[in-house]
Design a protein around this ligand. Structure first.
Ligand SMILES: *Cc1c(COP(=O)(O)O)cnc(C)c1O
Length: 345
């Protein structure tokens, strides 16, 4: 009844986190100010939940397009960027999906669900990207789509603009530049958009992870084609209403993001000073670092009520690596205190 490859798969596991401080999933640690919470509640209470959502979502697309300096016909909204990755892999011509490695796991998972081929191109030891390597594999494997997370997850770094540009300009298939961490980065690749180059963005990491709203920016003809295979009501009414409302208050998020970026630098400096820790530069809202025994450190932190992400075992180049999301000041201090105790010099 069920495909044999699916029988052999394991489901995407989200760790149990009840009672734990959650620094594992790149969430914004701050709630909305209380007055804004109230206003949002009032706004949402008036939403017609008895009606299907607006399927074309033109006004929300216009709002997002204006914010990003593009046209509404270049925007496609998705139930998180995960849904958009799936749409892109559904629509790409037959051919291999090429990704640098390690990178965001959903590219590979969804490729497998759709029974497509995947080819992974190892990043350098410092997690930098070599365009020549990627382009070489694209030709050899007859690729039809490439995903480039800029900045990359789980490494946190932003790849050299010239390398990303080389791939965008020289590969003829779909090039998806995933800017999930754009709010924390200092470079956007919007200028690279072309008949085959697509940008993916999301409101998750900037503070609306619970809403599930991501979007593509692309050539209008690509958006037209993708719209044909989009579920008609993929964004629910509450998400549409909440996002539209909250984007009118983006100064609140801007201030939170500024704070997160400042705290990222502070935590980076603290980690950098620990002799047993190698921390990687980050343009995202998390830091990836290597320690002597990642499993032991992860468990020590967890038993003290702090959940981070253990990357050890997920990829050869992530041996003994851990990933911590930037939290509130108190959370970051607690993390640094526990880590210092867990990895004595
Ligand atoms: C978190 C993440 C996403 C997923 O974003 P959603 O909009 O929440 O689905 C996409 N790409 C990268 C690189 C991520 O790290």
């Amino acid at each position: 009844m069920i495909r044999s490859d699916i029988r052999k798969m394991r489901s995407y596991s989200v760790p149990e986190h009840q009672g734990l401080i959650k620094l594992d999933a790149m969430e914004n640690p701050y709630l909305l100010p209380e007055a804004l919470q109230q206003d949002l509640a009032t706004h949402l209470s008036k939403v017609a939940i008895n009606r299907y959502p607006d399927s074309s979502m033109l006004s929300l697309r216009e709002q997002i397009a204006k914010r990003d300096g593009v046209n509404a016909n270049q925007i496609l909204l998705g139930n998180g960027s995960d849904e958009l990755i799936q749409l892109l892999l559904l629509s790409a011509e037959s051919g291999t999906c090429v990704v640098p490695s390690p990178t965001f796991v959903m590219y590979k998972l969804i490729t497998k669900w759709l029974q497509r081929q995947i080819s992974e191109v190892p990043l350098a030891k410092d997690f930098s990207l070599n365009a020549k390597d990627v382009l070489h594999v694209c030709v050899r494997e007859k690729a039809s789509i490439v995903f480039l997370a800029c900045p990359n997850n789980p490494t946190g770094n932003l790849w050299d603009q010239d390398e990303v540009t080389k791939i965008a300009k020289n590969f003829g298939g779909l090039v998806v530049i995933d800017e999930a961490y754009l709010p924390f980065s200092d470079h956007q690749f919007l200028d690279l958009i072309s008949h085959n180059v697509i940008i993916s963005r999301t409101f998750s990491k900037m503070g609306m992870a619970g809403l599930r709203l991501g979007y593509l920016i692309a050539d209008p003809s690509i958006i037209d084609h993708l719209n044909k295979i989009r579920m008609p009501y993929n964004i629910n009414v509450l998400t549409q209403a909440a996002a539209s409302f909250l984007l009118k208050h983006s100064d609140v998020f801007d201030a939170q993001i500024k704070d997160i970026c400042e705290n990222r630098e502070k935590v980076f400096q603290s980690l950098h000073q620990l002799t047993n820790i190698d921390v990687y530069p980050s343009k995202s809202n998390f830091l990836t670092f290597r320690c002597p025994d990642a499993n032991a450190t992860f468990e020590t932190l967890k038993s003290n009520g702090l959940l981070i992400k253990n990357l050890h075992g997920s990829h050869p180049s992530l041996k003994n690596c851990l990933r911590v999301t930037i939290g509130t000041n108190d959370e970051n201090d607690y993390f640094l205190q526990l880590l210092t105790e867990a990895t004595p010099a």
